[in-house]
Design a protein. Structure first.
Length: 368
């Protein structure tokens, strides 16, 4: 387990005078990312409550979080490693919080760490550690971690480019051979092609035709930051569920709520209507997935809020059958819904956990 991987064990009183870099989610597209503005605004207020100096970077000026009153310093700059590295050089932050800017924030933080920028300027990744981000974004590594704790995941295999290969240059026959071998390994078509390190499911989807799959894999390899595409057994048509879970550095863990996508697996969450609480899952199944969600967040060592996605179907048993599909080690679009539906301010609490506070120390402003 990676439970001990670092949040700041810093007492809350030491948060004062610390400079925290908060990375936003970048441009807003229709139906996407406005929820991250809601989370970012919550986080800015929470950090300032603890006496921290907040430096915010986001490329979209048409957001609440980029209002000059929301942070001590606001940079309206591209969410790129080059731009943020320069901001780090100027501001010399003590820490960076990656998980409040969606997938964009996670990706750029990982790149800054890999390029040595964070180490050079002694910037701590606050909250969920980098190893956990890798464990959730690397589909093969994620599968291994779930199998380690006995949690069921869809059968899968990874197509990876070698160092001297490129998606554009690979011949059609060579790519088709790799794709065919992967399909055989997971039990045949249809399959789900999943691209790593992308936002909104870009390059991913259910495919039941080999020609289309080869094309989809080529596109996915081109979009993936680490040149990987995961081929997974299709669970299209299963019920898609999400659990919002919170954990601090002392391993105190809570389930905030669960949510059910009206559309089944095979349609991306971002395109689906989501309701909370779930409507069709029997209590036995809910309790199994609730316990699984707690096991998963503890195994991965996530600190703060996370979103765990399950697929479920009725196989005739009292609880039905489920698979752990993926974990977002960050606030998600569904986190905004969960916060408003339950009155639990997920982004606010996540920001304070990142500073080193424990759950029992954080008062819910709404319920007291």
């Amino acid at each position: 387990m990676t439970d001990e991987a670092t949040v700041a064990d810093t007492p809350a009183t030491e948060s004062e005078n610390r400079t925290i870099l908060l990375i936003g989610s970048g441009p807003i597209q229709i139906g996407q990312a406005a929820e991250f503005d809601y989370s970012g605004a919550q986080a800015c207020r929470a950090l300032q409550e603890e006496g921290a100096r907040v430096v915010l970077v986001n490329s979209n000026p048409a957001t609440i979080m980029t209002d000059p009153e929301m942070a001590d310093r606001v940079y309206i700059e591209p969410i790129t490693t080059t731009a943020i590295a320069e901001i780090i050089r100027q501001e010399q932050p003590d820490g960076v919080i990656a998980g409040l800017g969606g997938q964009t924030g996670l990706n750029v933080t990982a790149e800054l760490a890999e390029e040595g920028v964070l180490e050079e300027h002694d910037v701590e990744i606050m909250g969920t550690p980098l190893d956990t981000i890798y464990a959730t974004e690397d589909r093969d590594l994620f599968r291994q971690r779930m199998e380690k704790i006995g949690q069921p995941v869809p059968a899968s295999t990874t197509i990876v480019l070698d160092d001297d290969e490129s998606a554009e240059a690979m011949s059609e026959d060579a790519l088709r051979d790799r794709v065919a071998a992967a399909v055989d390994e997971v039990g045949g078509l249809p399959v789900i092609a999943r691209t790593t390190y992308t936002l909104g499911g870009s390059g991913s989807g259910v495919v039941d035709d080999m020609d289309k799959l080869v094309e989809r894999v080529r596109k996915g390899l081109r979009l993936s930051r680490n040149d990987e595409v995961l081929i997974t057994e299709s669970i299209a048509g299963w019920v898609e569920l999400e659990y919002e879970v919170m954990r601090d550095a002392d391993d105190s863990t809570i389930i905030i709520c669960n949510m059910e996508n009206i559309d089944p697996m095979g349609i991306h969450t971002g395109e689906s209507v989501v309701v909370t609480p779930s409507q069709v899952i029997p209590d036995e199944g809910h309790q199994e997935m609730r316990d699984a969600a707690l096991e998963v967040i503890r195994e991965l060592g996530i600190q703060g809020g996370c979103n765990i996605q399950f697929a479920w179907h009725d196989d005739g048993t009292p609880g039905g059958e489920y698979r752990v599909v993926e974990v977002n080690p960050r606030v998600s679009r569904s986190s905004a819904l969960a916060s408003k539906a339950t009155g639990y301010p997920i982004a606010r609490v996540t920001a304070k956990v990142a500073l080193g506070k424990r759950l029992h120390e954080i008062e819910n402003e709404i319920t007291g």
